[in-house]
Design a protein around this ligand. Structure first.
Ligand SMILES: Nc1ncnc2c1ncn2[C@@H]1O[C@H](COP(=O)(O)OP(=O)(O)O)[C@@H](O)[C@H]1O
Ligand SMILES: [Mg+2]
Length: 478
């Protein structure tokens, strides 16, 4: 069977590999000659993946049995709708339903309207001054975001708890709000600025396949969005990921998993009611375990995550069963089956990423594949290209190095070994702390703290309530 992938990153490389392992013949429509995808694909067609007609032309040429859309921007551009109209079998959300990712404002409004668990207080703005006034009057700390999905750019979370920094923080907030508008991070959306209440806790992702009614959740993964060790530095597209041996992350509980799954289910139902279209494709919840709700929604993806995909796909045992179900429009009674292994992925990026990508572009990288294989790890290609047998960085996240083992710590060590066999004259960096015992303990402590306060609040009927203390007025619960 012919399996066509639309996309170009490490995520698509992992999907291509999983499809090959599951007996499919892989074809790719991509806007880059990703060396990993090239190696996995019978044919790789370079094409503008935001142009539905161009992708459809490739599809008519390939005649695939099924098309899997990896890239969110393709979904936002309506590529799945065009392909479906032309009669192809597509796994990928329609343009209308992918709004759940594209517009964080749409997502927040939907959660509000349906009174869902895990929602946050928010407001969207088109006017910079109104947004700033709202922030100034806001009784707590806020997250300032472009309303539109901007690929990991533009979100600033400002913990405003030290009175002596009030002025500095106020300047920073104003600058972020202006940046969102001036840099057009929300592109075409009506209200480009989203201000939402800041919450605290430990983050994780639950990726799911859905036919619009039934849902097949994959195992939970934790992404590491910050550039540097100890979760500091700028936000990135994700510097690595971990997953435990079971479906539930080691520092979370079955209850956390069930609540998160239930939120995804309710969102699938609500999207159908709201848009009139079933959600058909992949829907992933990015959550934070907070004291306010337990599982709390940070955002939704209308596709698989990256670096989450590279973490779980290599262990997925019945991809073909899921794909068949999707092709028949029904995934009822299908459970994703995984090996009982813990997995770690670490991203290797060139110095310059994420803020000065131009600087990190065009540097030679030497990979000793034999030694990497000996370490028990595997490499997935991200932003890299090959010329005359030499690999060069593309400026963004270059490689994703994956290993599985009986424990997260062991898998992390394997990955470290593998990374020591990746060399460049340009500085490459990765997060050594991902999957270490120390960081796992920190996650456990963060989760325990959120859960303890959550239980305290639960016993007092305070779930989902925001409690503000306003001088001169007193306690306000909303
Ligand atoms: N309301 C919030 N409170 C606290 N932290 C947040 C909030 N929203 C986002 N964040 C932090 O910022 C990161 C990026 O925000 P997110 O909405 O996921 O945007 P992006 O599209 O950039 O991934 C999150 O992973 C989380 O760490
Ligand atoms: Mg995110």
């Amino acid at each position: 069977m012919k399996f066509m992938i639309v996309g170009s990153g490490g995520r698509e490389h992992a999907i291509a590999e999983t499809a090959t392992r599951s007996g499919y013949e892989v074809y790719t429509a991509s806007d880059a000659r990703n060396p990993g995808l090239l190696a996995m694909s019978k044919e790789l067609h370079v094409v503008d993946i935001l142009d539905g007609a161009a992708v459809a032309k490739v599809a008519h040429n390939v005649q695939p049995d099924v098309i899997f859309i990896g890239s969110e921007e393709s979904l936002f551009a309506g590529v799945s709708d065009t392909l479906r109209k032309e009669g192809f079998n597509v796994i990928g959300a329609s343009q209308k339903t992918a709004e759940i990712e594209k517009s964080k404002g749409f997502m927040r409004k939907l959660m509000e309207k349906y009174g869902m668990h895990g929602r946050l207080r928010f407001k969207t703005f088109s006017n910079i001054n109104e947004a700033i006034r709202y922030i100034d009057e806001y009784p707590g700390s806020v997250a300032i975001k472009p309303t539109r999905q901007a690929g990991g750019k533009g979100v600033k979370v400002i913990a405003d708890i030290q009175a002596y920094l009030k002025e500095e923080k106020s300047h920073a907030k104003k600058r972020h709000v202006s940046d969102i508008v001036e840099q057009k991070l929300s592109k075409d959306l009506e209200d480009p600025i989203l201000i939402e209440e800041r919450v605290e806790g430990v983050e994780y992702t639950l990726q799911c396949f859905t036919d619009g009614t039934h849902i097949v959740p994959l195992k939970m993964v934790q992404d590491h969005p910050h550039a540097f060790v100890e979760d500091i530095g700028p936000e990135t597209g994700g510097m690595g990921s971990i997953a435990g041996t079971g479906n539930v992350l080691p520092f979370l509980t079955k209850r956390d998993y069930d609540t998160s799954f239930d939120i995804v289910k309710k969102v699938v139902q609500a999207i159908k009611k709201e848009t009139g279209e079933p959600y058909f494709g992949v829907l992933s919840g990015q959550f934070m375990l907070t004291e306010k709700w337990g599982p709390t929604v940070i955002e939704f993806y209308s596709r698989l995550g990256d670096p989450e995909t590279v973490n779980v796909m290599p262990q997925l045992q019945n991809f073909d069963e899921i794909v068949n179900g999707m092709m028949n429009g029904n995934v009822a009674n299908i459970d994703a089956k995984f090996e009982e292994k813990a997995n770690v992925v670490k991203v290797v990026a060139p110095k310059g990423y994420p803020n000065e990508r131009g600087m990190g572009k065009g540097h030679e990288v030497a990979i000793d594949f034999d030694k990497v294989a000996q370490s028990g790890s595997h490499i997935y290609f991200g932003s890299m290209y090959e010329e005359n047998g030499t690999y060069y960085t593309g400026g963004s996240r270059a490689l994703e190095v994956y290993a599985s083992a009986d424990t997260v710590e062991e898998a992390s060590q394997k990955v470290e070994q593998a990374i020591s066999h990746i060399k460049s004259d340009w500085k490459l960096f990765h997060r050594k702390d991902i999957g270490t015992k120390a960081l796992m303990q920190k996650r456990q402590d963060q989760a325990d703290l959120a859960r303890d306060i959550f239980r305290y609040r639960e016993a007092r009927g305070l779930i989902g309530k925001t409690i503000d203390w306003i001088p001169g007025i007193g306690k306000i619960e909303t």
